[in-house]
Design a protein around this ligand. Structure first.
Ligand code: CMP
Length: 150
């Protein structure tokens, strides 16, 4: 990434709660691993069923995770997506659509896996969010079950 772009990525990453626990050096490594990319409103950034080789952190704009089941989920600046296909080495689990112009930090699968292995604070931040998502996914069926069982 050119120096100016890297500085821009670094200052954008600094404001992201997901990376709040990272030291300036760790943050620099994340920024260095990435590229800034612009997706126009309406673009499918990720498509369900396709192979995945990129991890995304939204720096600006909004996107929608459209799954096969369940209501669409809104993502905004500071949110990430695309981790599942890379970690499990499986096709994309959902479409992710830019609902307005989106600027994202994109990290290729090799660099992403390297970060996961070498930067525990990064891995912990990802894990915590993924667990939070899993928990909120489980909430709906449990609620329905409570209403079915007398
Ligand atoms: P991946 O499967 O690589 O591509 C689609 C992405 O949508 C997925 O990674 C996650 O980042 C995101 N995603 C899929 N399911 C959910 C969910 N239930 N909650 C939040 N994000 C999701």
């Amino acid at each position: 990434m050119p120096t100016l772009e890297r500085t821009e990525a670094l200052s954008a990453l600094k404001g992201i709660p997901l990376f709040a626990g990272l030291t300036p050096q760790q943050l620099r490594r994340v920024a260095e691993a990435g590229r800034l990319k612009l997706f126009r409103a309406g673009a499918a950034i990720v498509r369900l069923g396709e192979p995945g080789d990129t991890f995304y952190v939204i720096l600006d704009g909004h996107a929608l995770v459209v799954r096969e089941a369940g209501r669409p989920l809104k993502l905004h600046a500071g949110d990430f997506f695309g981790e599942l296909a890379l970690i499990e080495n499986v096709p994309r689990s959902a479409d992710v659509i830019a609902t307005d112009d989106v600027t994202a930090l994109t990290i290729g699968h090799t660099a992403f896996k390297k970060l996961l292995r070498s930067e525990a604070a990064f891995t912990y931040a990802i894990l915590k969010t993924v667990i939070g998502r899993l928990r909120s996914d489980q909430r709906a069926p449990r609620w329905e079950l409570d209403n079915l069982v007398p």
